[in-house]
Design a protein around this ligand. Sequence first.
Ligand code: ADP
Length: 484
Amino acid sequence: LRARLSDASLLREAALVGSRWIAASKSGLAVTNPSTGAVIGHVPDLTPADAEEAIAAAALAQKAWAARTAKDRGQVLRRWYDLMMAHQDDLAAILTAEQGKPLPEAKGEIAYGASFIDWFAEEARRAYGDIVPGHAPDKRILVLKQPIGVVAAITPWNFPNAMITRKAGPAFAAGCAMVLKPASQTPFSAIALAVLAERAGLPAGLFSVLTGSARVLGAVLTASPVVRKLTFTGSTEVGAQLYAQCAPTIKRLGLELGGNAPFIVFDDADVDAAVEGAIIAKFRNNGQTCVCANRIYVQAGVYDVFAEKLAARLSTLQTGDGFAPGVTFGPLIDGKAVQKVAEHIADATAKGASVRLGGRPHALGGTFWEPTVLTGVTADMAVAREETFGPVAPLFRFETEAEVVAAANDTEFGLASYLYTRDLACSFRVSEALEYGMVGVNTGLVSTAEAPFGGVKSSGLGREGSRHGLDDFLELKYLCLGGI
Ligand code: ADP
C-alpha cells in the first residue's frame, strides 16, 4: 500500500491521544485488507487511561476553540477540506486497502466525506440565535446557541471516511472538541484524517483518534461526565447499548442506526431508471450501507420485466479486488458478513423464493459473493425483517398502493426508503405515508451534505448534514433580561 501513496506519511501506524501520537507496538492490533487477507499495518491497543487523557485534552482545547470566531473555525475547516481533496487519491487508496470498496467508489467517498467539512466550514457562521418578543413590558428574551462541549464519536467500517466527517464537521464548526473511536477494521482512514487536520491547523487536543477495543474505550467515553454528547453510527443493537450507557450522565445522543429500506417500483415507473436506481441503492458498497435497499417491492405489472432487467444489468458488472480496474463490487468486510448473506439466501429459498442470479460465494473465494437476485420473496422470510448488509436483492410482488405502504412500514426501522413512479400524486401520497426519515423519489441516492440524513423509530436520533446537523452540536441558552 505504501508504494501506491504519493504521501506515505498519511498511512500512520499510531493513534492520536490529545496532542500525543502513540505508535503501534509489536503487540498492536493488525488491520487487514478484506480482499486479500494481507496485513496492512498495526494500530495501538489503547487503555482506559489513554481515553481519559484524550477526554481531558479535549476539554481543555475546546474552551479556547469555542472562544475563537466562527469565521476563524470555518477557515481551519476549509483548509482541512482542501487538504482532503488534494490527497483524495491517497486517502482513497488507504480506504480501499482496509475496507475493500473499489477505488473509484473510495474516491467518491473521500469527495463525499470532504463535502461535509466544506459545508460545515460555511455553516459555522450561521449558528443564529433568536430575539423573541418578551412576555412582560420590562423584559427581553434572547436565545443563544453554544457548543455542547466535548463530544465522543464511535464510527463504523462501511464508510471509514464519511461517517467521521459527518460528525467532525458540525462538531468543530459549532465549537466542540471530539474524541473519536473508529471501527477497528478501518482505523487508517481515520488516522489519515487526523494527520491532515493537524496540518490544517486544528489545535492540539481538539481531535483525538483512539484505537483499540470499542467495548473498553466506549465504556470510558460513555461513562465520562466531561463528555456531553455521544454520536454513533452502527447497529441498532450496539446503539441501544450505548444509549443505556449514556443514561447515567444524561448525554445528548446522535444515533445513526440500522435500516431496512423499502424500494418500491410502481407499474407506471420508468423501469430502466428504476433498475439503475436499484443497483445504486442496493449494491453500493456491495450492499453494506445503512441506506441500502433491503426489500424491493415491485408491482405485479412490471415484476417480471424488472427482475429480468435487473439480473441482466448486474451480470455485466464485475466483482473483484478494489484496486483492479473495471471492478464494481468488492468483497464483504468479513466472514460474519458472508455468513449472514448465506443464511438469508438459504432461509428465503427454503421458504419458496427462487434464485434468479448469483446466490453463491464468488469463484474468487475469500469474502467475495456473487451479486444475487431473489424472486418470489415473501414477508415470512428473514430478508423481510433483517438488514442483509450484502449484495442480495430480494424482489417482493405487490398489487396495490395501500398494500405496499403497509408492508414497507411493517418494520421497527425507519431510515431510508425509495419509490419509483411517474405519478406526482402517488409520489406525494406514498412519501408522506412512509414512516422513514428519508424518501428517494425516482432516485436511488439521497445522501448529500446539504440534506438532513437520519432515521425514525429504531433507526436512530438526530440528523447529520444540512443546517440541522449543526444544531445537533449546539445547546440553546435563553437569557431573560429584566428591569428594562
Ligand atoms: P457493524 O455491524 O457495522 O460493525 P457495530 O454496531 O457492531 O456495527 O459497530 C459499529 C461501531 O461500534 C464500531 O466502531 C464498533 O467497534 C463499535 N462497537 C461495537 N460494540 C461496541 C460496544 N459494546 N461499545 C462501544 N462501541 C462498540
